[in-house]
Design a binder for this molecule. Sequence first.
Ligand SMILES: [Mg+2]
Length: 228
Amino acid sequence: MPSVIAILFDMDNTLLDFVRYKRETAKAAAKAMVAHGLPATEQEAYNRIFKVYQEKGIEYQKTFYDVVAPYNLELNKAEKIQHAGIIAYQKRKFEVLKPYPGVKETLATLRRRGFLLGIVSDAPRNKVWDRLIMSGLEDMFDVVVSHSDTQQLKPHPTPFQLALKQLKVSASHVLFVGDDPSRDIKGAKALGMKTALAKYGETWKKHKDLCDSADYHLERIGDLLKLL
Ligand SMILES: [Mg+2]
């Protein structure tokens, strides 16, 4: 792809194994909440956490409050259980938020080859930086666009356009890499970027009908080095 000078990445489930992160932290939180008196099994507590994520979104900030509230417990007991969940989650997250195998090496190689690199994420700005720092990727990118910057979610064109503006490149010189055909690939393609679908995560499976719309499929992040 001789015309490509910049590569934009989605973050969660493209660079970072976010599904594993959410599962492992939920497991730890469920265990701690039950140990502190939540009248449920660990499996029930775990399922309730994911039910809240499903209803309120994966970036919802009051998940553990919502998990405990329906039990109508006395206030101090409820807050003890809620905060036991929060602390267990926080403690576990540093251990489990990791890039997929090969991500660091691939990004370093692309930088060495002179490509401009950027992130376009639907996560809020503070979460983007938390996750990049926890996974050791914070120095790899020339631009970082988060949901906080435009208040729009992919596939809306605005977040993609902001990244282009900051990189000072036109869409035809950009390859976009993401795991969600309905957001990443659709949005990038609509602006005229080339697109690569990360098929090592789990999201693409929910949109199998849309997968063929991507120009390239990546079985691992390192496949990018063969394309470029
Ligand atoms: Mg993603």
